[in-house]
Design a protein around this ligand. Structure first.
Ligand SMILES: Nc1nc2c(ncn2[C@@H]2O[C@H](COP(=O)(O)OP(=O)(O)OP(=O)(O)O)[C@@H](O)[C@H]2O)c(=O)[nH]1
Length: 413
């Protein structure tokens, strides 16, 4: 469809019909009404008034029918559904009105003065000239009118050349007039058709462009979604739904830079499940997985402040990044988490000291104005965690300036 640039013949025909009816409906009725009124005024003294009124009534009824036909065809879109049928009726109406005018002229020629007769002819020619303006959209439609309204008068004039002095000349002039109008009408018809085709092509192209833009937008959206999904997959730990090590590293980097810029504190907690190997050995690996998921929930409950992030750093080790938290606040958070885990009371027969799942944590705070690399911070927090394990597990150890200065903040209760 996108490569089609020429209007199909049936669509061109329907468009011509539509244009003809839209533009021609009013001028047709108006021109013929003026013609009827003028004919009545001119012939009233010479012809039988009753016959004239009957004629005018019949003509008006015909005009009304034509107008109704056009309105119905336009509103029901019949010109698209059954264009041939609509066209046939239009041509029939055109032939009927043309025939009426020529018949009236020929009849009046025997009953009215010659000046009146020629004035009437001028009137018919004027109506024809008005018609040419819009009815050439469909060449044949106009030609039918021309050959029913003017052509018979021309031949009648030639056939009766002896009756009136100018009949011969008039007949020849009218024949020439018909020929001229046919040529003009053909030219106009071609330009109208080109205009419709061009219009159609422009509309088709802008429609295609619209569809193309729409599908490109849709494609972009899909790509954006896919990218988001990929980013998500690349940063999320499948088991716990927390961020993974990759996300943690990137967040830590960002937070160190932010802390450096704003001069705020930044704390970091490394957390490890105690005696987890024993748990796996006792309860099985799937049960161990479920414990990790429950712990992930607890860690999220303990870190609700804006900007705080929990990630799975690897295996059964987790990291908590606490932007803006100085040592005291961070210790409170870590301790609350330790208690939450303890209170969760997940049975752990393999934990000789506690009998439930516990966690050890190493906490490190980056004081304002201190510079450090992410790896260095993680390593120092890890050392504090190692100390927590050494000191008996289930506790938080705050990293000091050196490993020997680490502070075991929360002895097991
Ligand atoms: N179920 C489960 N176990 C895991 C996962 N990742 C690591 N582990 C287990 O975690 C255990 C870690 O054991 P260790 O490093 O020896 O430490 P631990 O037994 O926790 O002892 P401490 O750390 O000294 O208290 C190993 O048995 C791993 O198999 C996991 O995704 N699911």
């Amino acid at each position: 469809m996108i490569y089609q640039r020429y209007i199909p013949a049936h669509e061109l025909f329907s468009a011509q019909l539509e244009l003809l009816m839209q533009n021609g409906q009013l001028p047709t009725v108006a021109a013929h009404l003026i013609g009827v009124a003028a004919a009545l005024a001119m012939f009233w003294p010479f012809l039988d008034p009753t016959a004239m009124l009957l004629w005018a009534g019949a003509f008006l009824a015909l005009l009304l029918l034509r107008s109704l036909h056009m309105s119905r065809a336009l509103s029901s879109h019949a010109y698209r559904i059954a264009p041939r049928w609509v066209y046939a009726w239009l041509v029939l109406g055109s032939a009927a009105t043309g025939t009426i005018w020529s018949a009236v002229y020929i009849y009046a020629a025997h009953h009215v003065p010659i000046t009146m007769q020629y004035t009437f002819l001028l009137l018919i020619l004027m109506i024809t000239a008005i018609s040419v303006g819009f009815s050439v959209i469909l060449r044949e439609y106009f030609i039918v009118y021309l050959f029913t309204a003017i052509w018979p008068i021309a031949w009648w004039s030639l056939a009766n050349y002896w009756e009136q002095p100018y009949n011969l000349v008039l007949g020849l002039v009218l024949l020439a007039f018909c020929a001229l109008l046919v040529v003009i009408c053909d030219r106009m018809y071609r330009s109208f058709r080109n205009m419709i085709s061009l219009n159609w092509e422009r509309e088709a192209m802008s429609r295609e462009l619209g569809e193309l833009t729409h599908s490109l937008r849709e494609r972009n959206r899909q790509l954006r979604d896919a990218r988001q999904q990929l980013t998500c997959l690349a940063n999320i730990d499948e088991l716990t739904g927390l961020g993974n090590r990759r996300m943690a590293n990137s967040a830590l980097n960002d937070e160190i830079n932010r802390a450096r810029r704003t001069g705020a504190c930044l704390s970091l907690v490394m957390l490890d499940v105690d005696c987890f190997k024993a748990y796996n050995d006792t309860y099985g690996h799937p049960a161990g997985d479920r414990v990790l998921q429950r712990l992930a929930d607890l860690m999220q409950r303990a870190t609700t402040r804006a900007g705080e992030l929990v990630a799975r750093f690897g295996g059964e080790e987790f990291i908590l990044i606490l932007p803006g938290a100085c040592a005291e606040t961070a210790l409170r958070t870590a301790e609350r988490l330790r208690q939450l885990v303890e209170e969760e009371a997940i049975p752990h027969a393999g934990s000789p000291q506690f009998g439930v799942i516990t966690v050890s944590q190493g906490l490190l705070t980056l004081e304002p104005g201190t510079d450090a690399q992410p790896g260095e911070l993680v390593s120092r927090a890890d050392q504090a965690l190692y100390r927590a394990k050494q000191l008996g597990r289930n506790r938080v150890v705050v990293a000091g300036p050196s490993p020997s200065a680490d502070i075991g903040a929360a002895p097991p209760g």
